[in-house]
Design a protein. Structure first.
Length: 290
């Protein structure tokens, strides 16, 4: 068990590093290509790790499903969510955009109440309010430019919260491999619809970067799924906040951006709220065991 916990922790840290690296790669290209074009590359080439995992595990049969409508819905929302994230990354420093994305954990609670009919305690409501206060403090929305970036970040967090909750909703009738594969497939298809309008032919170097961006995102998804199989969610959930460490380092090294004091204050509130949510579930489990 300890061995699995250690491996799960490493996989989770690797997944968080992969996701932040993908966001940093995008910021190096943000003024060269329309975000929708980057979204297409992100999802299309994320199919490669999915197919490799399916082949290695001989799980091709799991792709046979009877109802594609939930996967089509997820693909459409996924495109909107990632497009909003990339817009947020274009308008805000990397660390601030990533901090705002942490709000997805609070939307998961809200969508769990709506979609899964799970009860939301007073403690959970308080944690959500504290978390949103942290988002506002971290973002410092004191100009139209920043307000738009914060709005895009929150819309992205809403979409991610829905996608993650919806995954639990359909997991009873779909395998993890099918959920990941069709999500990337339909998202790539939806993103491709707008490509003729926004397409800019990339240079050889930029094409390699865009492909790496997509594969990196796919690898992050694989590492995340593997981590959840090796360790319980309560062990992995706090590791989500390791993204802020990588984001600050990328901001300093790549973009010469020094994080503000308000970022640390807001991030602290968001992390505190997230830990309250985790401890809440743990306390409930202890009570049920006793």
């Amino acid at each position: 068990m300890q061995h699995h916990l250690f491996k799960g922790t490493l996989y989770m840290l690797g997944a968080m590093f992969s996701f932040v690296s993908v966001n940093a790669i995008f910021k190096t290209l943000e003024f060269s290509y329309h975000p929708l074009q980057v979204v297409f590359f992100r999802y299309f080439f994320a199919l490669i790790p999915c197919l490799i995992v399916l082949w290695a595990r001989q799980e091709g049969a799991s792709l046979k499903i009877s109802d594609f409508k939930p996967h089509i819905l997820r693909g459409a929302i996924g495109v909107v969510g990632l497009l909003m994230l990339f817009q947020s990354l274009s308008l805000l420093p990397l660390a601030e955009a990533v901090t705002i994305s942490f709000a997805s954990s609070f939307f998961i609670t809200i969508f769990s109440w709506i979609l899964l009919k799970e009860k939301v305690s007073l403690m959970a409501c308080l944690a959500i309010l504290i978390g949103f206060a942290g988002v506002i403090i971290a973002a410092k929305p004191d100009s139209i430019h920043l307000k738009l970036g914060v709005l895009c970040g929150l819309l992205s967090a809403i979409a991610e919260g829905f996608i993650l909750t919806h995954s639990r909703l359909i997991s009873a009738t779909n395998s993890s491999s099918a959920i990941a594969f069709y999500y990337a497939l339909f998202a790539a298809i939806f993103a491709a619809i707008g490509l003729p309008v926004v397409w800019t032919t990339p240079s050889t170097y930029d094409l390699i970067v865009l492909i790496v961006l997509g594969i990196g995102g796919g690898i992050g998804q694989y590492l995340l799924i593997t981590a959840t199989r090796l360790a319980p969610g309560q062990t992995l959930a706090p590791l989500i906040y390791s993204q802020i460490v990588w984001s600050i380092l990328y901001d300093i090294i790549l973009f010469d951006a020094i994080p503000s004091k308000s970022l640390y204050t807001g991030c602290g509130l968001i992390i505190a709220a997230g830990l309250v949510m985790i401890l809440k579930d743990k306390i409930i489990q202890i009570k049920q065991t006793n």
